[in-house]
Design a protein around this ligand. Structure first.
Ligand code: ARG
Length: 467
């Protein structure tokens, strides 16, 4: 009878010391992360170079071994970058793929690299470095998007459009003011990004498996070499923590929600019924059957990407929620969620920046729509308060009667003859017509943060100084 402790497959060369046989094929498939974590190759190699340099500095390995390790790692970096590296699923993940190749390249010295570290702090390091770079990229991309909106806001500080609540015409606003609402939203997203960078700016390497190490390592040295502010302060938390990934996903979800609201407005505005904007050919598509169509596909896909990003956030929160401290293999599932959300977010921001810069704004259509729906009714009520001394509630009632009359005559408020208005309230004079135009309406709203062109210009200046 065959001895079932032997197997034709050999055990894992990195951790297989106590294993007599290799993994089942399904085990290998469920265990391997190389298919996606190869994305971390540059961070893995950077981390290993910093670790080896520190080990030599502390006298834990020789300078000779360190030199061999660093040289070998740089060779591997160029092999991967030039596409001349063979990734192996048997070697599970990026960390062991790199280390195995290092052993082939430099021999036994390679085995000294993993002194005083574990894959648990190694993966925490690589992933943090990746997320940090992604956050920095997101910050730059949001800055571009804000700049695009600032340019459109400046151009349209005086262009009047209908402001909506419940998607019903409410009061006239300026298109510049509406653009600046998005500047505020993406400005908040960018400050969340900056806070997240501050939160994650601590180096995990040296936490080892979970308890730290007996070797005389210098974690401040590796932290500095890798561009972190300082090392993390608790080795158990360090290898258990994925808050930095969850924060990235939360920020992505909130920014995605903002992008999706913008996408929805662009979809509405670009319909022939609204006709407020016309998308450039670069950001729309035609229909294969209906020749007249110009579809806002990019905006629709931005709206949809938000669903994927939200899914990633919920997935990672769920992966983490029941895990005891410290590391569990469940945590390997963190990466795909973050990689996918990062790709979606980048695409969505880039597409929106392009659309905002390229779209043609139809100011005539906007202005015509701004005057419909009795949008200056509030201005009439305010005039009655200011000029005729009515309490606002009474003024509201009088205005309501004027709107009803205009509606029954099928005309605008400004088209009602003075005699009609005076029949509703005797204090009304022909001065009232000055406030019934949409331009007068927006110009009057000079309260801080209001829609008057003068106020909008102040806010543009505020953001220009910060962008
Ligand atoms: N591929 C693993 C991950 O992404 C690396 C850490 C493995 N650590 C371990 N003790 N098995 O999480």
């Amino acid at each position: 009878m065959a001895d079932d402790t032997t197997d034709t497959k050999s055990s894992n060369q990195m951790w297989g010391g106590r294993f007599a046989s290799g993994p089942d094929a399904i085990m290998e498939e469920i265990n391997a992360s190389i298919g996606f974590d190869k994305k971390l190759f540059a961070q893995d190699i950077r981390g290993s170079i910093a670790h080896a340099t520190m080990l030599a500095h502390q006298g834990i390995i020789t300078t000779d071994d360190k030199d061999k390790i660093v040289h070998g790692l740089n060779t591997i970096l160029s092999e991967i970058e030039s596409g001349n590296f063979e990734f192996s699923r048997q070697l599970e993940d990026i960390h062991m793929n790199v280390e195995a190749r290092l052993a082939t390249l430099i021999g036994p010295a390679a085995g000294r690299l993993h002194t005083a570290r574990s894959r648990n702090d190694q993966v925490a390091l690589d992933f943090r470095l990746w997320v940090k770079e992604e956050l920095q990229k997101t910050e730059r991309m949001l800055t571009d998007l804000i700049a695009a909106f600032l340019d459109r806001a400046e151009e349209h500080a005086e262009s009047v459009m209908p402001g909506f609540t419940h998607l019903q015409t409410a009061q006239p606003v300026t298109f510049g003011h509406h653009c600046m609402a998005y500047v505020e939203m993406f400005g908040r997203d960018r400050s969340r990004v900056r806070h997240a960078i501050e939160h994650l700016d601590e180096s995990p390497i040296g936490a080892a498996a979970l308890a730290g190490t007996g070797y005389p390592i210098d974690r401040h040295m590796t932290a500095k070499a890798l561009g972190f502010r300082e090392p993390t302060r608790n080795s158990i938390d360090t290898v258990s923590d994925r808050d930095f990934a969850i924060e990235f996903l939360s920020i992505a979800a909130i920014a995605g929600m903002h992008l999706s609201r913008l996408a929805e407005e662009i979809v509405i505005w670009s319909t022939p019924q609204f006709g407020f904007v016309r998308l450039s050919d670069a950001f729309s598509t035609g229909s294969s059957i209906m020749p007249q169509k110009k579809n806002p596909d990019a905006a629709e896909l931005v709206r949809a990407k938000t669903g994927r990003i939200n899914g990633s956030l919920v997935a990672l929160l769920t992966i983490m929620k029941g895990l005891p401290l410290a590391y569990s293999k469940d945590m390997q599932e963190d990466k795909e969620q973050v990689f996918d959300a990062a790709e979606s977010l980048e695409l969505a921001i880039a597409a929106m920046t392009g659309m905002v810069r390229d779209m043609t704004v139809n100011t005539a259509r906007m202005k015509a729509a701004a005057g419909s729906g009795y949008s200056t009714a509030t201005d009439l009520a305010d005039w009655l308060v200011r000029e005729a001394g009515l309490p606002f509630r009474d003024a509201h009632h009088v205005t309501g009667r004027a709107v009803a009359l205009a509606e029954s005559k099928g005309c605008d408020l400004a088209e009602l003859p003075l005699s009609d208005l005076q029949a509703i309230h005797a204090a009304i004079t022909d001065k009232v017509y000055d406030v019934l135009t949409v331009e007068a309406s927006v110009a009057s709203r000079k309260s801080f943060g209001g829609t008057a062109p003068s106020e909008v210009r102040k806010q543009i200046a505020f953001w220009r100084a910060r962008n």
